[in-house]
Design a protein around this ligand. Structure first.
Ligand SMILES: Cc1cc2nc3c(=O)[nH]c(=O)nc-3n(C[C@H](O)[C@H](O)[C@H](O)COP(=O)(O)OP(=O)(O)OC[C@H]3O[C@@H](n4cnc5c(N)ncnc54)[C@H](O)[C@@H]3O)c2cc1C
Length: 455
């Protein structure tokens, strides 16, 4: 019998179109392992909502592996130490894994490669990040030319089916018990809304894709309307790698209709990895250094505003609906993410990094690259054009994108108001807070702060 190989799993929790599994299965017995690393310094600890998702995704993968005659080994600690110990215990010679681009994963890959024979494969993105280059051979900084160059390499290769059988080693090494990892919230159990909304795991991802494929042709018309379920809601499945982007591409393209806009959004995900590959500390540092001196508000009053924002009690119905949707389900509609981010950064004049951190903790799709790229884009601090002056008007955005039904769903205090009144209630409503700051006042304060920076 050939020696075993380890498949080191991270954000690639699937069997289909998973190149690390395909390579390991072709070579002999396979030991699939997931390592939870909460110890390594500078390894960004997963937020609460992501940990909830991870628990269920691992449970689902373990069940699928059992059907294929295999198991999932769970271990905790520093990846290179854990994998080296596992290789010594089992006699495994090679480690197969997919590439990941978060700075801490790249560090871990370097560490593992120092002690073991590590084979990294591509497959979590449409094209390998770092390989879409300008005519002069440098990476793109701006999305539009990046996407144009990427589409020239499309369609992606057809997805590889999941292995029917995953060859097992003669003896299985010991595994931690998933329940002992404490990934699920206990007291209080805040995950009820997430359980109702999501089915983590590969089967859940495929079911979500199948239902989206039926409405994909209307994506462009509906994607900005939070009251309509017009987007795919595939983001947490994609983040955890429960489905490959190539699988999504081919399924949606087969469904037909004008799906270019949707595929372009999948491209934003590739673009975000392209940015963090160039600028690994994008989640914590302004790309435009000029913003380092920006007079963000700090202190007790700003803290109170921040708490009101997190709790969905700003007095702006569309902002509050979004923040409550996020808290309840771990997800928020993209148009509303843009509105709440603009509101925090500009109306409340609070550093985008506090918002990024809140999203990191509460989103089930919290993704280092996508989160940082979108926050810096909204703040105008990023690699692309300076968007600070684009101060979204939450009240008219709410009206324009027909958010009345969405507000009724998430802000019960306003449920009795007619469509015309719900975006900006004309009179005080019992139990619903007054605005933290008026729109005009917030806008002027933001522009004055920007003028101070420029002056
Ligand atoms: C402030 C802010 C923070 C964000 N943080 C995250 C995050 O942590 N993780 C995350 O996956 N997305 C993030 N997004 C992007 C976007 O809001 C979500 O990807 C989208 O809402 C997910 O819903 P969906 O799957 O229905 O998207 P769809 O509209 O169906 O799009 C399909 C897929 O394309 C990708 N995508 C779509 N829009 C974007 C985008 N603007 N940037 C990057 N990828 C995109 C996602 O993988 C998504 O699942 C953020 C946006 C903003 C404004």
């Amino acid at each position: 019998m050939n020696p075993s190989s380890i498949v080191w799993l991270r954000r690639d929790l699937r069997l289909a179109d998973q190149a690390a599994f395909a390579a390991a299965c072709a070579a002999g017995p396979v030991i699939p392992v997931y390592v939870l690393d909460d110890e390594t310094p500078r390894h960004r600890r997963m937020g609460g909502a992501s940990r909830w998702w991870l628990h269920h995704s691992l449970a689902s993968l373990e069940a699928e592996l059992r059907k294929a005659g295999s198991r999932l080994i769970l271990r905790r600690g520093r990846c290179e130490d854990v994998l080296a110990a596992l290789a010594a215990e089992t006699g495994a010679r090679k480690v197969h894994a997919l590439h990941h681009y978060e700075p801490w994963w790249r560090n871990a890959e370097r560490g593992v490669a120092r002690v073991l024979d590590l084979h990294l494969h591509h497959g979590n993105y449409l094209v390998p990040p770092g390989t879409v280059l300008t005519g002069s051979g440098t990476p793109f900084k701006i999305y539009t030319p990046f996407w144009r160059a990427l589409t020239a390499r499309m369609p992606p290769a057809l997805p590889v089916p999941a292995p029917q059988q995953v060859p097992a080693p003669l003896h299985w090494p010991q595994s931690d018990c998933l329940d002992d990892w404490g990934l699920l919230p206990a007291k209080p159990d805040w995950a009820g809304g997430m359980r109702a909304e999501w089915t983590p795991g590969e089967a859940g991802a495929l079911a979500r894709l199948a239902s989206f494929a039926q409405i994909a042709a209307q994506y462009e018309a509906r994607r900005n309307l939070p009251s309509r379920a017009g987007t795919s809601r595939l983001s947490p499945h994609l983040h955890f790698g429960e489905i490959s982007p190539a699988t999504i591409w081919h399924s949606v393209a087969r469904a037909g209709g004008s799906v270019d806009k949707f595929l372009g959004e999948i491209g934003w995900r590739d673009y975000a990895q392209n940015v963090i590959l160039q600028l690994p500390d994008y989640g914590s540092r302004n790309a435009r250094e000029g913003f380092d001196a920006f007079p963000w508000r700090e202190g007790a009053e700003a803290d109170a505003d921040f708490v009101a924002w997190t709790k969905g009690r700003t007095g702006y119905p569309i902002v509050d609906a979004g923040m409550r949707e996020l808290w309840a389900t771990g997800w928020m509609h993209n148009r509303v993410r843009m509105i709440v981010a603009s509101f925090l950064i500009k109306h409340l004049l609070i550093d985008w990094r506090r918002g990024e951190q809140w999203f990191w903790d509460t989103l089930v799709d919290a993704d280092y690259g996508s989160n940082a790229v979108n926050w810096q884009w909204n703040a105008g601090t990023g690699v692309d054009s300076n968007m600070f002056v684009r101060i979204m008007a939450p009240l008219s955005q709410s009206d324009k994108f027909d958010a009345a039904g969405y507000i009724r769903q998430w802000v019960p205090e306003l449920v009795h108001l007619a469509d015309a009144a719900i975006h900006d209630p004309p009179l005080p409503v019992r139990g619903y807070p007054a605005k933290r700051i008026g729109h005009k006042e917030g806008r002027e304060r933001a522009l004055s702060a920007l003028a101070v920076l420029k002056g």
